[in-house]
Design a protein around this ligand. Structure first.
Ligand SMILES: Cc1ncc(C[n+]2csc(CCOP(=O)(O)OP(=O)(O)O)c2C)c(N)n1
Ligand SMILES: [Mg+2]
Length: 560
């Protein structure tokens, strides 16, 4: 602990640095100027983002790969509010993050100046720990508590509101945060109960893997249990970070479409959930189930969020005597490079064919990414980051944070591939600027189907009647075509359009070979159009009426 006194801003940054938080994604204003000035006397890497949603999404992506928090620096309630959607995704991802929100000087608040607003109300949506620091003397201790709350289990987002006069005041002292690794595992009684179920009813048992058990160690352990007991493995719909590829167990993901998820889960009598939540439908649909666990299936949770998930899984491996079982590993294999007119499936094939070793995929391809899992299953080992909270505009910001963390980690210079829908890309397109400004090795692939295609499917699925041209126009991006190449070039980023598979293969090969950011505007038709789109809701509606093995095969065909 340093007793060296400084102003509040310096003491805050020093407290963050002491705890190993060395990256801050910023979009500052006047109330944060002392924090900004204090950066120069620190080791903190500050990454400017031109919209707060980029900063918060980048901090999320960073935490997913670095497995430690980044800080954000945001400007009062409005700045925090702009960052909310990606803070929501980060909360659902259960990643650690420390938000530093500048506020007016305490004595200035009474005047209701233009930027005065209720910061706490905005923060409460994503943060259960919110503290307004009231004195400079206290700032180090408050910052240390913010870090502890964020990083210690169960990890979460903490929000420290820093009034300008607290920042500029003298008498701040950096404090050492108390970081404690999780050690508590599931109780012996629970482990033994679950092992009994697995050993007697293994074939009727499914195991749903989530957050912390989706990396190599957890996946291998789970696969040993599955091989030994006959249990079926699933991963959650939207993993925070899923390690995949040749040499790792390839675990089936629960489908986004509830009708398909029900089919996947049908027939199991026990569902053992490890660090995830019970499967529910994304939305309610008239006449359809919200809760997707079959009626006769008993749910068990191996751990709660503040227990050691991987350690508990190991205990279960031992309990079923699977320590020496051979895990089932995915063999190496890539799709062939595609040819002809470009479509979304061919983009996925090319990604599978060319994905470099140790890559990180930020997946916000939505309807265009249906084939991505199957095309990349046997590719070299990689991580997949998904839109954990369903709030779009995450794919590009998360790629920024992942690229920065990937460079710092032991596995140096991991290249990042961000696959994003055209609609999603437009929420946080400012991300391209930060990718350039920081010279990050990110390849952005925009799946440009000139549509909110998924909402065309949803329009059919919800059974809304009377949808005509006015309704369809709300889901249509084709009347005013978006030129992503021009936008990228406007921010200095090399970019090209691909309308054929050959053009796409070449562009992707180049983007991967050359360091630094690139964008490829992949012009593709929507995956579901015309008759296919009309039939889909009927097909989905029929899925729970046809025999389960046929339904399971059909599910594999529609969403492999
Ligand atoms: C923050 C937020 N706003 C709106 C939505 C609703 N929404 C879901 S998908 C979508 C359109 C996605 O379009 P695109 O990225 O082009 O993917 P596509 O559907 O074409 O595959 C919208 C607007 C959302 N999920 N999150
Ligand atoms: Mg689209």
């Amino acid at each position: 602990m340093s007793n060296h006194k400084s102003n509040g801003a310096k003491a805050t940054i020093k407290t963050l640095s002491n705890a190993g938080i060395d990256t801050c994604f910023t979009n500052p204003g006047t109330s944060e100027m002392h924090f900004v000035a204090a950066l120069d006397s620190s080791d903190m890497r500050a990454v400017l983002c031109l919209f707060e949603g980029v900063a918060t999404g980048a901090a999320d992506g960073y935490a997913r790969i670095a497995n430690k928090p980044a800080a954000t620096l945001l400007h009062l309630g409005c700045g925090l509010g702009n960052g909310l959607a990606n803070l929501h995704n980060a909360r659902k991802a259960r990643v650690p993050m420390v938000n530093i929100i500048g506020d007016h000087a305490i004595y200035h608040k009474q005047y209701d100046a233009p930027l005065e607003s209720d910061i706490v109300t905005v923060a409460r949506n994503v943060s259960s720990w919110i503290r307004t620091c009231s004195t400079t003397e206290q700032v180090g201790a408050d910052a240390a508590e913010a870090i502890e709350v964020a990083q210690n289990a169960p990890q979460q987002i903490s929000t420290l509101i820093l009034p300008a006069d607290v920042s500029w005041g003298e008498g701040g002292v950096a404090v050492e945060a108390d970081l404690t690794p999780v050690t508590e595992t599931a109780s012996e009684a629970l482990v033994s109960q679950l092992s009994d179920i697995l050993l007697t009813r293994g074939k009727k048992t499914a195991i749903l893997l989530g957050r912390r058990v989706l990396l190599e160690e957890g996946l291998i352990a789970a696969s040993k249990i599955a091989e030994k007991t006959g249990a079926k493995l699933f991963t959650e719909v939207l993993p925070t970070r899923l390690e995949r590829g040749a040499g790792l167990p390839n675990v089936e993901r629960i489908a986004y479409l509830a009708e398909m998820a029900s089919v996947q889960l049908s027939g199991y009598e026990h569902l053992i959930i490890i660090d995830s939540t019970e499967p529910v439908s994304f939305f309610a649909y008239p006449g359809k189930k919200s809760y997707l666990v079959p009626k006769k299936c008993t749910v068990h949770h191996l751990v709660n969020p503040d227990q050691d998930a991987v350690g508990s899984l190991h205990a279960l491996v031992e309990a079923v005597a699977a320590t020496d079982a051979e895990p089932k590993l995915q063999s190496a294999g890539r799709p062939k490079l595609p040819s002809g007119k470009l479509n979304a499936s061919k983009v996925c094939e090319a990604v599978g064919a060319l994905l470099p070793e140790n890559a990180i995929i930020s997946d916000e391809a939505l309807t265009s990414g249906l084939k991505l899992p199957i095309c990349t299953a046997g590719a070299p080992r990689h991580d997949v980051l998904t839109v954990t909270g369903g709030a779009i505009g995450q794919g590009l910001p998360v790629a920024i944070g992942a690229a920065i963390a990937g460079k710092d980690a032991e596995r140096q210079d991991r290249s990042v591939i961000a696959l994003v829908g055209d609609g999603s890309a437009m929420y946080t397109i400012q991300s391209l600027w930060t990718m350039m400004n920081e010279n990050l090795d990110v390849t952005v692939i925009v799946l440009n189907n000139r549509s909110y295609a998924i909402l065309n499917i949803e329009l059919e699925r919800v059974g809304a009647e009377g949808a005509g041209p006015k309704a369809k126009s709300q889901l249509d991006l084709s009347k005013t075509e978006i030129d992503f190449v021009a936008m990228a070039k406007g921010m200095g980023m090399p970019a090209e359009t691909a309308t054929t598979a050959e053009e796409f293969n070449d562009a992707l090969g180049r983007a991967i070979r050359e360091p630094g950011p690139h964008l490829i505007d992949a012009i593709v038709p929507s995956e579901y159009e015309g008759l296919k789109l009309k039939i889909l809701p009927h097909l989905l509606g029929a899925m729970n009426k046809i025999p389960s093995p046929i339904a399971k095969a059909l599910k594999k065909k529609i969403a492999p």
